[in-house]
Design a protein around this ligand. Sequence first.
Ligand SMILES: Nc1ncnc2c1ncn2[C@@H]1O[C@H](COP(=O)(O)OP(=O)(O)OP(=O)(O)O)[C@@H](O)[C@H]1O
Length: 328
Amino acid sequence: MEFVIDIQHLKKSYKKRKSNEVIEAVKGISLQVKKGEVIGLLGPNGAGKTTTIKIMMCGLLLPNEGTVTINGIDMVKHRLKALRHISAVLEGNRNLYWRMTVRENMEYFSGNRGLSKKEISDKVDELLERLNLTQKANELVNSLSRGMQQKLSIAIAILADTEIIFLDEPTLGLDVEISYEIRNLLKEVAKEYNKTILLSSHDMPVVQEICERVVIINEGRIVTDDSVSNLLSLFDTKAYTFTLGTIVSHQFLEEIGEHFIVHSETNNSGQSIVTVTIQHSDDFYKVIELFKEENIVIEKVDRSIIDFEQVFMKIVKGEMVHEVAVSV
Ligand SMILES: Nc1ncnc2c1ncn2[C@@H]1O[C@H](COP(=O)(O)OP(=O)(O)OP(=O)(O)O)[C@@H](O)[C@H]1O
């Protein structure tokens, strides 16, 4: 199968000027993305994400080892040709012409597709309407709010009609309302236009909602490559919160703590709320047994709902090792 993005064994090191110290920013990353996939690329600061993006989405850096192909075109050997398949929606809207109007920007960016003036104008009108931008059509980009500029960037990426849209922090610094609108817009774009979308973001709710697949990079390597729903369910079943009929002793908590990760607090009604994180489903019954042996009454059991933010934190802190098949 041909992948839209195919990265093989990518490595990149930097040499610090003064000390000559070598920093291995990317230590052998392989990644294949299929057409129409919506994929989130995540990582804590310094993980090697920006380096990877600069090599694979912009061709701005050369790898020390490995290959990047975009629609079968080698990014290193044929950078400009490969870049024709990618639209980048960059943080800070650096890809817009600030002294041109919304409509002028849209027309300019759809100009190189061999369409007639009339076809371009119709397409622009349709998209302006669709994105609720019609009223802003004749305003200069530099007079728009950041949210509007971000919407315009996305519109331009649609007009450019590339297979791949790369979005860097699309909701950074936006207020809740426009962030919500952009989130929905991106979901629609992915579905209707069958675009391959690569999203780099620290905004976990956005990642959770838009991306089907997430790749987490840590210390120069891919540590997780899975669907959002899989990752959520992997963690989801493992934490249970027990509301008990009484306050339990420290000694008892220490005893459970020898086997499981335990967190305890007391609520206003003087009950212990004990959260136990377990490794296997069978352990759930072992915990119940331990309570029973002490004649502790369990009033309620809740499964802790985990969101993607927590999953991400657990993975990068190494609390959860999620096996990834990395070909060497
Ligand atoms: N030009 C450079 N010269 C030397 N070291 C660099 C350079 N660029 C990045 N690094 C180092 O390489 C490592 C990976 O950096 P990179 O910017 O790729 O990480 P990141 O995951 O994108 O982090 P962030 O989200 O903060 O941008 C870091 O240790 C960083 O200090």
